[in-house]
Design a protein around this ligand. Structure first.
Ligand code: UDP
Ligand code: MG
Length: 319
């Protein structure tokens, strides 16, 4: 029996049609590895028969286990729970829809054996995504890179293998607003990259829509950069300087040439412009204050309602 073990974490939300297909593709790949393994599904509050499908698999093979949330908490929380429950010497996170093909797992493990403690999957083709989503993701990466200091390798997704030391580091990050991708980079360590081809989702449908992605992008930026908060003092300084210059110009003009009253349009424009600037800056502060509130409440990230095939690990239930 190999003495090292790989834990595979798979967040699932309403994937009843995928569970069996996934297991059929995944288990043979895991058996090929020179490693012990177990699978931990994190059922993110599915309302279909996902958990029943997993229970059936678990009854046939005790290496397949699951935890089930009391409601939908989101994929970021599901990954956090998985990392806390996972017991392996290395831990792989992947999607359930076979867009993260299991035959790449051997390559992740090889990179890990060569010393990579965080091994990122990197998408080399993005044909499965719509044009809009690709552009959106490009813009996000550019903005994130600029604001948070270009720490995200391009095209990385939540298909990633972590060494035990990196898992422990992730578990030490206690924040409520989770931007897991950024956190993987933030913890540091030797990283490696496995390029992979992603296909279409095999069954079911993607739950991510534009608003969810926008929320996610905002979470990412706000939890990894305070630049949007600080930039307003600089903007404010320039605006005040401009206003000062403008008033001097008016003073001189009035003294030398007397007043010409017209100027109502420019007045309106500047009032509107600067109230806009003020509202934006208030909004930015609001984004941060809202998240500070979330952190201060210190609610658990998730609540586990059921465990399948696990010895009692009650300490993790309200992570
Ligand atoms: N997922 C989840 N909780 C959610 C949404 C999605 O656990 O609230 C899971 C989903 O079951 C899948 C993975 O996260 O295994 C990726 O979801 P999806 O394929 O919908 O996202 P996309 O590939 O479009 O980014
Ligand atoms: Mg998908």
């Amino acid at each position: 029996m190999p003495d090292q073990r790989l834990s595979v974490i798979i967040p699932v939300l309403n994937e009843e049609r995928m569970i069996d297909l996934l297991a059929k593709a995944l288990v043979p790949e895991l058996e090929k590895l020179d490693l012990g393994w177990n699978v931990l599904f994190v059922d993110d509050g599915s309302t279909d028969r996902t958990l029943d499908r997993i229970r059936a698999l678990s009854a046939a093979d005790p290496r397949i286990t699951a935890i089930s949330f009391s409601r939908n908490f989101g994929k970021e929380q599901a990954m956090a729970a998985g990392l806390r429950y996972a017991t392996g010497d290395c831990v792989l996170i992947m999607d359930a829809d076979l867009q993260h093909p299991p035959h790449y797992i051997a390559e992740f493990v090889a990179r890990w054996r060569q010393g990579g403690r965080v091994v990122f999957g990197q998408r080399v083709n993005r044909d499965a995504d719509s044009f809009l989503r690709r552009k959106y993701s490009d813009v996000f990466h550019a903005v994130f890179g600029f604001l948070a200091g270009a720490r995200l390798p391009r095209g990385i997704v939540d298909f990633v293998l972590l060494d035990r030391t990196a898992v422990d580091a992730m578990n030490a990050l206690d924040e409520r607003t989770r931007f897991t991708k950024g956190m993987f980079s933030w913890i540091g360590f030797n990283t490696a990259v496995v390029p992979f081809d992603t296909g279409e989702r095999v069954a079911g449908k993607s739950t991510f829509n534009f608003l969810k992605l926008l929320r996610f992008a905002l979470d990412g930026i706000v939890s990894f950069s305070t630049l949007p908060l600080r930039v307003w003092s600089i903007v404010g300084a320039f605006v005040s300087l401009g206003a000062l210059g403008y008033s001097v110009y008016f003073l001189v003009k009035t003294l030398l040439f007397k007043t010409d009253v017209p100027g109502f349009p420019s007045l309106m424009v500047s009032i509107m412009f600067f109230s806009g600037v003020q509202m934006i800056s208030l909004g930015v502060i609001g984004e941060y204050v809202g998240r500070i509130f979330e952190e201060v409440k210190h609610r658990p990230l998730y609540i586990v309602a059921d465990e399948v095939g696990l010895a009692d690990t009650a300490t993790n239930r309200h992570g």
